[in-house]
Design a protein around this ligand. Structure first.
Ligand SMILES: [Zn+2]
Ligand SMILES: [Zn+2]
Length: 326
């Protein structure tokens, strides 16, 4: 995505010039950040593509008290249905990170309800449940204070059983029912649609990075054209001053008016090399520092244009102490 043509300042600076090195580093940093953002965005997007799970909850007497498509299958979970009585850990905490954790229900088919935290998802799902206790599924509810937010879990090495995440509030609700002695059965099914759940952060990220890139590009252009304008103005001002100085210096060279009988007006006389006219009496002549003479009206503009004598190529302006960039 690094395009030199997008930003004249970048390309200009790449081609050389001393003070450019500092901002080259800045530009590199900027592009590094942009690529990092790109990476993060794509990362977020892949994370957002996840499979919804439909969860139905039943009382002991099989009355549905809840059904929602509000949970997500873990990345490494088989996208299959699972059902069973819900069991919670019988221990001081509900994380089920301890290898010897027992559950209130452990008779197949059963589903383990575990709180998120303290150890990895894989540890909660694979070692404690699927391998050793034969649960049909692991349902992990999110941290306290996250409402009903869910995210797709990553749990490498724990691919054998169904694993889903449900919101904290939903998890707590089930937990309370079980603690109050209610028998809860859960049915997990694949949700109807694969959802691209674009969360607010993804949108924010994309818009912020877009804004940053756009602002940087605009800023780049503005500073480039402003600098060009300033340089051009300074140059033309300098040029004008130099021309004025040159004009003054030229005007200080000797003048001579031709008279009848001067050798320039005779039959062997020269003609002006600028206008090719034969010299006549009363012509006003400019005598250059090299002693060559020409019409004043011809040589003055010539010198401003070329700076040198048209005959001997002597650098008249230089002799007069003016350096004009021609
Ligand atoms: Zn002339
Ligand atoms: Zn000359």
């Amino acid at each position: 995505t690094f395009c030199l043509h997008c930003c004249p300042t970048i390309s200009g600076r790449l081609q050389g010039s001393g003070p450019g090195t500092m901002s080259m580093k800045r530009v590199e940093k900027f592009w590094f950040l942009f690529l990092l953002m790109d990476f993060l965005i794509s990362f977020h997007t892949t994370e957002a593509i996840s499979v919804k799970a439909s969860v139905s909850l039943f009382h002991f007497n099989r009355t549905v008290f809840e059904r929602c498509e509000c949970s997500l299958y873990g990345f490494n979970s088989p996208c299959l249905s699972a059902q069973g009585m819900v069991g919670i850990p019988v221990s001081a905490d509900l994380y089920a990170c301890d290898r010897n954790t027992d559950f209130t229900v452990m008779k197949a088919p059963w589903i383990a309800l575990i709180e998120r935290g303290n150890c990895s998802f894989a540890e909660k799902i694979q070692i404690r449940l699927a391998a050793e206790r034969g649960a049909a599924a692991a349902v992990i509810y999110n941290y306290r204070g996250t409402g009903n937010e869910v995210l797709p879990m990553s749990h490498h090495g724990a691919e054998k059983i169904v694993a889903i995440m449900i919101g904290n509030l939903k998890g707590m609700e089930i937990l309370h029912r079980i603690r109050n002695g209610m028998k809860v059965t859960m049915v997990i099914e694949v949700g109807k649609k694969r959802s691209l759940s674009v969360n607010i952060f993804t949108i924010l990220f994309i818009s912020v990075s877009f804004f940053v890139v756009a602002a940087a590009t605009v800023g780049c252009y503005v500073s480039y054209s402003a600098r060009r304008l300033i340089i051009a103005r300074a140059q033309s001002r300098e040029q004008r001053q130099l021309r004025a100085k040159a004009k003054k210096a030229i005007e200080q060279m000797k003048l001579r008016t031709l008279k009848e009988g001067d050798k320039e007006t005779g039959p062997d006389g020269d003609s002006c090399v600028v206008c090719f006219e034969q010299y006549k009496p009363n012509d006003v002549m400019r005598v250059l520092t090299c002693n060559h003479v020409f019409h004043k009206t011809c040589i003055d503009p010539w010198l401003l244009e070329h700076g040198t004598c048209p005959l001997c190529k002597c650098d008249i302006l230089k002799v007069l102490g003016v350096t004009l960039v021609l």
